[in-house]
Design a protein around this ligand. Structure first.
Ligand code: 3PY
Length: 251
């Protein structure tokens, strides 16, 4: 494979700080020999505990969102500056649950990415289509457009800090997975979009994950695809043995 895989857990709204410590401690020994990058994206409240538990290990810690302003009257929000101050290295931006339930748009995704990059964070940018959009045959155009708007104003050098996760919305939390071929096709479209926006070398270098009900059973086939460079893992990231199995499949 051309690129080192990145397996990132998206814990979503799960685990207290004490439970986060426990989960990281359980995952640590299982993934210590991984031949891929391993990340856990945890709720804000768990960041300190997860960072402490992951110290000295090969597990990177990430958040699941950040605001684009540095500070101010934004009740309930957390800025990228604040994230960086904790020592966190990654942040997920534009997950479909944020887009669907919390009014996230391509434009706010772009602003958040800008703030994350300005604060030295690595970004996991999520793109993906609804089932109706797939049925209408507009998946490729839609995902290309999401990618293009999200990356507006991002330089070629900054692109090195970006991972793109293709997450078909119909496969999130539904137990439905895209076939390996469907996943690879759209990851290839995203790579072609990056090539058009930047150049072939940038497109060859960028990590593109598949996300959406990736689990211990289906991971190997998905990760075997040439354009799938890892996974953003929902439910299975909360189960140490399953998560470790996925990491193994990526190694
Ligand atoms: C899922 O696997 O359901 C995800 O949304 C991962 O981000």
């Amino acid at each position: 494979k051309l690129r080192k895989a990145v397996i990132a857990g998206n814990w979503k709204m799960n685990k207290t700080p004490a439970e986060a410590t426990e989960l990281i401690e359980a995952i640590k020994p299982l993934v210590k020999d991984a031949d891929c990058d391993v990340v856990a994206c945890v709720p804000y409240i768990d960041l300190a505990a997860a960072l402490e538990a992951a110290k000295g290990s090969n597990i990177g810690i990430g958040a699941q969102n950040c605001h684009w302003e540095k500070s101010g009257a934004f009740t309930g929000e957390i800025s990228a500056d604040m994230l960086t101050s904790t020592g966190v290295q990654y942040v997920i931006i534009g997950h479909s649950e944020r887009r669907t339930y919390f009014g996230e748009t391509d434009v706010t995704v772009n602003k958040r990415i800008r703030a994350a990059l300005d604060n030295g964070l690595s970004v996991i940018l999520c793109v993906g289509e609804f089932l109706e959009q797939r049925e209408q045959g507009i998946t490729d155009e839609l995902v290309a457009m999401q990618t293009k708007i999200a990356l507006g104003g991002v330089s070629k050098d900054e692109l090195k800090k970006i991972i793109i996760a293709y997450e078909p919305i119909w496969a999130i939390g539904t137990g439905k997975t895209a076939t390996a071929q469907q996943a690879n096709e759209v990851c290839a479209v995203i790579r072609a979009t990056v090539a058009k926006l930047y150049d072939t070398a940038s497109a060859d270098a960028i990590t593109i994950q598949y996300g959406g009900s990736m689990n211990a059973k289906n991971a190997a086939e998905l990760l075997d695809q040439p354009d799938v460079d890892g996974g953003l893992i929902g439910g299975a990231s909360l189960k140490p043995a399953d998560f470790a199995e996925i990491v193994k499949a990526a190694s």
